[in-house]
Design a protein around this ligand. Structure first.
Ligand code: APR
Length: 167
């Protein structure tokens, strides 16, 4: 499985699934959640409503509607509270559940935003280490390409440092 990090707006990526950094209501929000809902159109929110929410650390899959991506996997990351309230395990669970859903649905390509590192305050280095480690551990499940889609140059630099270390 190819792992890569790019700097882009995730709503523009024509992959099998993009991952949304959602909240437990699944009813949209700001940040990447807002961008994905704006780009996907109203059908996305309608389908999200049918899920009736999603617990932190879990993920739910919907169609992609007007997005170039076929599907959206909505993952609910933890709010950073200092790191001793189960945040690392919950963040790892987000990435693991997204990869499990991708495998179940025989998806070949997936793109992740930097879950929990915006409004939810998770430090980027620690989050990136968890993201890369968890996604790499899911290799062999059928996904051929996993992209870490960073929005800022700083986030991209963090991912590239880590990916080069393990190359
Ligand atoms: N493409 C890729 N990444 C993006 C985009 C985009 N269009 N817009 C924002 N990001 C990045 C942010 O810069 C950050 O690095 O996504 C990362 C996650 O930040 P947030 O979107 O704030 O998500 P998170 O920290 O997980 O907080 C989730 O914010 O928007 C609400 O409804 C959401 O309540 C939930 C909370």
């Amino acid at each position: 499985m190819l792992l890569k990090a790019i700097r882009a707006d995730i709503t523009t990526l024509a992959v099998d699934a993009i991952v949304n950094a959602a909240n437990t209501s699944l009813l949209g929000g700001g940040g990447v959640d807002g961008a994905i809902h704006r780009a996907a159109g109203p059908g996305l929110l309608q389908e999200c409503r049918e899920w009736g929410g999603c617990p932190t650390g879990e993920a739910r899959m919907t169609k992609g509607y007007r997005l170039p991506a076929r599907f959206v996997i909505h993952a609910v990351g933890p709010v950073w509270r200092g790191g001793t309230h189960g945040e690392p395990e919950l963040l790892a669970s987000c990435y693991r559940r997204c990869m499990e859903l991708a495998t179940e649905h025989k998806l070949r390509s997936i793109a992740f935003p930097c879950i929990s590192t915006g409004v939810y305050g998770y430090p980027i280095e620690a989050a990136a280490e968890i993201a890369i480690g968890t996604v790499r551990a899911a290799a062999g499940g059928g996904v051929q390409e996993a992209t870490f889609c960073c929005f800022s140059a700083g986030d991209l630099a963090a991912y590239l440092r880590l990916l080069n270390k393990i190359a």
